[in-house]
Design a protein around this ligand. Structure first.
Ligand code: THU
Length: 530
């Protein structure tokens, strides 16, 4: 497809849309459904996402239709063995994790803690799974007295370090996290080491916004690396850069709330960049999902929905928007942990040519496949794209060829030819003959169309041409068929499947359709050189 200049990929952290088939394996009830749960609150609003076709996604029909915009919707299932932020984002970016990240329901083993104590020169308190707010209430006083660090975990693969900002300055805490990150590799490669600074006085401690995540480096190149290596921008907003340990990011904008994340994203939409803007809105998960705050989650979603209505007009015809999520966190279930859910994926953009409703897809990596396809970046992953089947009739392709004929440059022969080439992305590339005073330098309409197509990057990506319509006649009047010359047939042989590629011709009265094999039997093509 290519031709998209800016892709905005927004992850609504934890906005699941219903239990995945394997939810119970992950300890979740079969009716967990984050979106459905928050929709029960009176503050819930979904007007803009409805316009973006959210209610057309499988399993979200209850939201109601309202897709006034041309969108593509699909439901994505997570393939990786995990339901955490890192695993979810990595899969969205193309990496499927076969092994779950290690968790520590009984705390971290002594081999880890002894290295950590030696590196930081401080003792360790707690070392258990704990709620973040309770851990500072229960261990904060002892921490203030001894300077020991509060180390705790959760059901997720995390090593969290809480410290009072007056005892351990934030930068120092980040340094301790980096030390922990170095220790926690391989068998103990937790998804994230998290700095959890707090302030206040006993017993009224509060966590500050200086939380910082130190993620494991992705085990293989992600779509971010591919986009960056193609010389484009990869802008991370919120904790994106942390999740990818900075890999493949060209610019990072840290934010402290959904509101700030949305503001920064709108600001970027007013900037001129080429590539990907990857946004994570974390409040849904951190502030509401984990706290089982249905009403807060619903309000935050309504705020996002209202913001989205103001964001859409900032997008131009070369832009695309993708809205998705990384896992669920049903605020109405009994646990405060993530839930193994399907996530929504809505894609919007003038130029997108994908199947309108992609149904349910087996991996989040479909997002990576689509992003790279939009930007024209080569990246191999398990994700797939589902192109819209060309809805064009032969008549329309011939009409576009006639348009080509009307702009032919033919001062010498006066024989005007037009061509229209259709490829599997559904796009059509026009061509006309361009003559030259040195006659041999003349270029035919079919080849002009093919070069037009190739220069978009389609040839490099191996995108398949499906059909070409060719019309021609003296002074632009069609009286007979205008079959492609030998050189043009050879150019077709280079890029097309000779048995399926169609050549449409008309004499003004009837239309004839030939395969390339018919017009160039026993053709010499690239496969001969294999
Ligand atoms: N021409 C085409 O554009 N396509 C063909 O396959 C055959 C020939 C053009 C080239 C030239 O400008 C004019 O027709 C007369 O040869």
């Amino acid at each position: 497809m290519a031709d998209i200049k800016r892709v905005f990929l927004i992850v609504l952290d934890s906005l699941g849309i219903g239990a995945a088939p394997d939810a119970e394996v992950f300890g979740d009830v079969p009716d967990c459904n984050t979106l459905r749960r928050i929709s029960t609150d009176p503050a819930f609003r979904a007007d803009t996402v409805r316009r973006l076709g959210m209610g057309e996604i499988e399993g979200v029909e209850w939201l109601g239709k309202g897709a006034a915009l041309k969108t593509v919707g699909m439901r994505l299932r997570e393939k990786s063995r995990g339901k955490d932020t890192t695993t979810g984002h990595w899969e969205l970016a193309g990496i499927v994790s076969e092994h779950p990240m290690p968790t520590y329901p009984d705390g971290f083993p002594e081999e880890v803690l002894s290295k950590f104590r030696a590196a930081t020169g401080r003792g360790v308190l707690c070392n258990k799974p704990y709620s973040g707010t309770e851990v500072i209430r229960d261990y904060g006083k002892q921490h203030l007295e001894t300077g020991d660090l509060i180390v705790y975990t959760s059901a997720d693969s995390v090593f969290q370090i809480a410290a009072h900002e007056d005892i351990v300055p934030v930068e120092q805490l980040y340094e301790y996290c980096r030390m922990a990150r170095e220790i926690l590799q391989g068998e103990h490669g937790v998804g994230r080491v998290i700095a959890r600074p707090f302030t206040g006085e006993y017993p009224n401690f509060t966590r500050t916004a200086n939380r910082r995540d130190f993620s494991l480096t992705p085990p293989a190149p992600t779509m971010l690396d591919a986009i960056k290596d193609a010389g484009m921008d990869v802008i991370g907003v919120g904790k994106i850069s942390d999740i990818f340990a900075g890999q493949g990011i060209t610019r990072s904008l840290h934010t402290h709330s959904n509101t700030e994340g949305m503001e920064v994203t709108a600001g970027l939409a007013k900037e001129d960049f080429h590539g990907l803007c990857f946004v994570n809105l974390v409040d849904f998960d951190m502030a509401y999902g984990h706290r089982n705050d249905i009403s807060g989650y619903a309000k935050a979603f309504a705020e996002f929905d209202a913001w989205l209505a103001t964001f859409l007009p900032l997008l131009g015809e070369d832009d695309a928007l993708i809205i998705t999520a990384d896992h669920g966190c049903d605020p109405g279930d009994t646990s405060t942990d993530h839930t193994r859910e399907y996530v929504p994926c809505m894609m919007y953009g003038e130029k997108l040519r994908y199947a309108k409703n992609g149904g349910t897809r087996p991996t989040f990596a479909d997002v990576a496949a689509h992003v790279c396809d939009m930007l024209g970046v080569a990246y191999a992953c398990e994700g797939k794209i589902d192109r819209a089947l060309p809805e064009l009739s032969e008549g329309r392709l011939l009409d576009i060829a006639k348009l080509g004929m009307s702009v032919a440059y033919t001062p010498y022969s006066g024989y005007k030819v037009g061509a229209a080439l259709l490829d599997e992305s559904g796009q059509i590339w026009r061509g006309c003959n361009v003559e030259n005073a040195s006659y041999g330098a003349t270029i035919c309409a079919e080849r002009t169309a093919f070069m037009h197509w190739a220069q978009s990057g389609a040839a490099m990506r191996g995108q398949k041409p499906l059909a070409i319509a060719v019309v021609g006649g003296k002074d632009g009047v069609i009286t007979d068929f205008a079959p492609p010359c030998g050189i043009c047939r050879q150019v077709m042989m280079e890029f097309c499947d000779p048995d399926t590629f169609r050549i449409l011709l008309t004499n003004g009265k009837e239309v004839r359709s030939y395969t390339l094999s018919q017009l160039l039997p026993l053709g010499f093509g690239p496969s001969k050189l294999d």
